[in-house]
Design a protein around this ligand. Structure first.
Ligand SMILES: Nc1ncnc2c1ncn2[C@@H]1O[C@H](COP(=O)(O)OP(=O)(O)OP(=O)(O)O)[C@@H](O)[C@H]1O
Ligand SMILES: [Mg+2]
Length: 332
């Protein structure tokens, strides 16, 4: 079948997945140029298919997050059009792709970063679909002269992919004038400006602290093109996330278990250190533990239904229920 506009495998920047950056390779070098009066069917861009796959995965594996999904689609469209423009020889600066992901714990930031890397790679923006995650301790040295080499090592590891800086605000300690975090920020600023390295930096962390971090570091903020917010999940979304996780692991809640889990979530959401979907995942792990114990203690042969079913007793064994009872008892 003739597919106009298709020139072979998805053009990428460079070929070696882990090789050193090859700034001389630009996407345009690999795309066949088009005449001024040509028409380009965007659906024939081979990268489009991979992008659609990644977006479909994002939809399937993540409940809710409508605004995040919309922003990811917008970024995909921007890069797809940028590729089309290059085919027509239209010069423009490379779109900036540094981002910030702000949201509470367990709201999907790391998961979306992984999908984002896949998408940026499919579109030829980065050379490898990898995320290198770091925190302050991976970048900041203990002694004078240790910080720059540490930061550069992290940058080298992330080169060609995504550098994901978790809890980025810890890089900035205004109370300590000689904090080495400032040195990291300066190196990052340079690296983020450098059009010749294909590196995307994503700053992640809780919304309020990120806000302070960016207002104290306007240079960084202005180099971040996409600020994406990850809201806390609602009770219904958490319940849907639980159902999804249970299904993915080949379990299922019987009707009483589903009710008990819904109640569990209400109680757990009100307790300290609630971490959204991460807490759901942890709670389900413990349900699974209780189910296993229950089945072993049955001392009878078990069937498939036994093995896949989570019952209310597997949920109600949680200390969250005991604590709630104790709290009720304690209240006047
Ligand atoms: N919307 C969602 N639907 C289904 N599962 C989700 C969703 N959001 C997060 N998860 C799951 O919850 C867990 C935690 O998500 P993730 O690590 O991406 O969150 P995070 O925001 O990076 O958390 P932290 O701030 O603690 O690093 C993962 O197992 C992920 O698959
Ligand atoms: Mg994370």
């Amino acid at each position: 079948m003739h597919r106009p506009g298709v020139t072979g495998p998805a053009p990428l920047r460079g070929t070696a997945a882990d090789g050193p950056p090859r700034p001389e390779d630009s996407v345009a070098d690999h795309l066949a140029p088009l005449a001024d009066d040509a028409l380009l069917d965007l659906s024939t861009d081979v990268a489009g298919k991979d992008v659609e796959d990644t977006l479909a995965r994002l939809d399937a594996e993540l409940v809710g997050l409508a605004n995040v999904k919309r922003r990811v689609r917008e970024i995909a469209a921007l890069l797809l059009i940028d590729r089309a423009r290059q085919r027509f020889g239209l010069q423009a600066t490379r779109p900036t792709m540094h981002m910030s992901f702000t949201g509470g714990p367990g709201t999907g930031k790391t998961t979306v970063a992984l999908r984002m890397a896949e998408m940026l790679h499919a579109l030829g923006y980065i050379r490898k679909p990898k995320v290198h995650t770091v925190t302050r301790d991976d970048l900041v040295g203990q002694f004078i002269g240790h910080t720059a080499p540490k930061t550069k090592e992290a940058l080298a590891k992330a080169a060609g992919g995504v550098l994901f800086i978790d809890e980025a605000y810890y890089l900035f300690r205004p109370e300590n004038e000689r904090d080495y975090g400032q040195e990291v920020i300066e190196i990052l600023l340079q690296e983020m400006e450098n059009e010749r390295t294909s590196l995307v930096v994503i700053f992640a962390g809780y919304p309020d602290r990120m806000e302070t971090f960016f207002s104290a570091n306007p240079g960084l903020s202005s180099r971040v093109a996409h600020h994406i917010e990850f809201p806390d999940y609602t009770h219904d979304e958490l319940m849907a996330i639980a159902e999804l996780m249970v299904r993915q692991e080949n379990f299922h809640f019987d009707p009483q278990a589903a009710q008990a889990f819904s109640r569990y979530l209400e109680l757990r959401m009100a307790r300290p250190r609630f971490a959204n979907a991460r807490s759901v995942r942890n709670a389900l792990e413990r349900c699974r533990l209780r189910q296993a114990k229950r089945l072993v203690e049955l001392h009878r042969p078990v069937g498939r239904t036994d093995l896949i079913t989570l019952t209310d007793s597997d949920v109600l064994g949680s200390s969250v229920f005991a604590n709630a009872l104790a709290d009720e008892g304690a209240s006047p």
